[in-house]
Design a protein around this ligand. Sequence first.
Ligand code: AMP
Length: 456
Amino acid sequence: MSFSNLGLSDKVLAAVAAAGYTQPTPIQEQAIPHVLARRDVLGIAQTGTGKTAAFVLPMLTLLEKGRARARMPRTLILEPTRELAAQVKENFDKYGAGQKLNVALLIGGVSFGDQDSKLTRGVDVLIATPGRLLDHTERGGLLLTGVELLVIDEADRMLDMGFIPDIERICKLVPFTRQTLFFTATMPTEIRRITETFLHNPQKVEVSRPATTAATVSQLVVAAGRESHQKRELLRQLIRSASDLKNAIIFCNRKREVAILHKSLVKHGFGAVALHGDMDQPARMAALEQFRKGEMPLLVASDVAARGLDIPDVSHVFNFDVPHHPDDYVHRVGRTGRAGRSGTAISLVSPADEKSLAAIEKLTGQEIPRSAEHAARPSETAHDEHASREAPRRAGRRKSSGKSSKSEAPAKRPSSPTSAPKPVTFGRAPERHDRSEPADHSHLPAFLLRPIRARA
Ligand code: AMP
């Protein structure tokens, strides 16, 4: 199947070719003809499947006819987070470069005045988070009665974030006759109810069973100790020893843990940024940009902050904590192995996480392979014969010289067959206790080292 068979306009086909896409993804192939035929669509697809272009491309084709009126957007796209809204805007900028469309973003953290003046000029595409959109309608600066097409994206995340009442209010403000495109990765009961209420005879398109992980991602479970510091130490071992690691998103269950882990990784010399809900908008955008550009190879994130973000080419996902909701595991793992690329997802599982892990395996219907090496070896190395012999000598050396020396270069595996771990994928050198010690960076790949920046 090629893009030219889907009914898209010449301008849009040219933009697709310019983007370098040769073939539509399954969700694009299935959804685009229905969107162009003005049908309601219920799309069940994870991020990473190309679902954004599945609605952006046909919308661009439909919007070629007609003009926007002041304060009355022609189309409306609802996104759960500011980052996702900004990402969809980037898609319009990319594919709609040849069209003179007004695309406006209504998200928190941006001044009302600027947003208002944009609305006054007339908007073809309004991309908004629910709260900010309702703020504008309540102020009277925005009328939704001209909306011909409504997109509700990442609906299950909207549910998690408590946005469903807002969505219901917004659906009542747009005309009954509008076309609705509804995307969700999973179908909990509440989402099913919403689709039954607000979609009219929708065409259902489903690209993979809800809650399945992409086949391009190799998954692994590594046994971790109970304590946070043990997990941090294990994580560092895993990062250092993953030979094909280009960049990674590390997920934690709590915002607080995101902040602690981020600080610890930086202290140990890793190039890491954090993304969590307590950060202000400019800080979140800056962190994301550094990660996207490859300036910082590690992104420590919470589920809400990282939800659905399109960061192409993430080689690894680490679950520092196993998520409590099995759906979140699927979303996290979906950050890697995107658009047909291969990826690796590694979960650090402490005894307390076993229940959550079982729930994930039940949901996905897949047993996640366990790393034999790490399961056999505790993350704490105090009982490791080699490590306990080495530790005092290393600590002493660090005291005498702040710099790393050649002799501190990548620690070799012990040669004794009794203490040598089997050469498997993970775990190169047993690591020392680390709580207060200065970090030894000599064995880090250069790209993982934080660029030196002057501190203000
Ligand atoms: P999404 O699921 O919308 O977040 O898209 C995931 C990634 O796939 C994005 O980086 C898109 O640029 C990319 N993408 C979308 N459509 C195609 C396509 N037809 N061929 C190759 N890559 C695509």
